[in-house]
Design a protein around this ligand. Structure first.
Ligand SMILES: CC(C)(COP(=O)(O)OP(=O)(O)OC[C@H]1O[C@@H](n2cnc3c(N)ncnc32)[C@H](O)[C@@H]1OP(=O)(O)O)[C@@H](O)C(=O)NCCC(=O)NCCS
Length: 185
């Protein structure tokens, strides 16, 4: 069973372990360069849960993908930085696209106006996803910056997030009762 839901601050170790399971190439793509084990620990430790949000994709109860949102210049600007990671064996199944869709809803409902992403020029997957959300791509040297406009919140976007949270909560708690068949969905 696949469940998309926000992570709680107490679940920071799951985020760290997910980043640790990325292949070396994917880790370079995510951080635009190599990162040591110590740097990964520091990255997770410095995540500010008051101005940042993590949306996770769980498969069979394990975290396999994350959309990481960091509000840039909280209280002044209305822009957030976004990074998406999906473990190699789970790529090309639409998870990155769904995480970005949820990140846009989340940002929208908090009044943010745009999402900013940065990736390497050879990262065709990330660029393909950004284009689906009409992101403006700017190529500069070895990097690409993508700006995705976030629409104004509406009752429907608020309802979409609330319903999504409720369904995820129910699915997560029902999964153990439904047994292993649930993991095949
Ligand atoms: C980038 C990343 C998040 C994408 O996640 P994903 O779950 O594989 O993405 P999706 O399956 O939703 O979509 C991938 C899209 O890229 C397309 N794609 C895959 N390989 C491609 C290639 N070589 N050239 C062009 N498009 C490609 C797929 O066809 C798909 O598009 P479609 O849905 O229209 O068919 C994932 O590859 C990842 O974690 N990479 C490492 C970390 C990273 O680079 N993060 C981005 C920087 S912050």
């Amino acid at each position: 069973m696949r469940v998309y839901r926000k992570l709680l601050p107490t679940e920071a170790p799951l985020f760290h372990d997910h980043l640790g399971r990325l292949s070396p190439d994917d880790r370079i793509s995510r951080f635009s360069g190599g990162v040591s084990a110590a740097a990964l620990i520091e990255h997770v430790r410095r995540f500010d849960w008051r101005t940042g949000w993590l949306i996770g994709c769980f498969e069979g109860g394990r975290l396999r993908g994350v959309a990481e949102l960091r509000w840039l210049d909280p209280g002044f600007g209305w822009r957030a930085e976004l990074a998406v990671t999906v473990e190699e064996a789970w790529q090309d199944r639409g998870i990155g696209t769904e995480l970005l869709r949820l990140a846009v809803i989340h940002a929208r409902n908090r009044g943010l106006k745009s999402l900013y992403m940065i990736c390497l020029t050879d990262n065709r997957r990330m660029q393909a996803i950004a284009r689906k959300f009409e992101g403006d791509l700017i190529f500069e040297g070895s990097q690409v910056e993508a700006d995705i406009a976030v629409p104004f919140p509406t009752q429907f976007s608020l309802l979409a997030e609330a319903l999504g949270d409720s369904v995820s909560f129910a699915r997560q708690w029902w999964a153990p009762l439904l047994g292993s068949n649930a993991d095949r969905n």
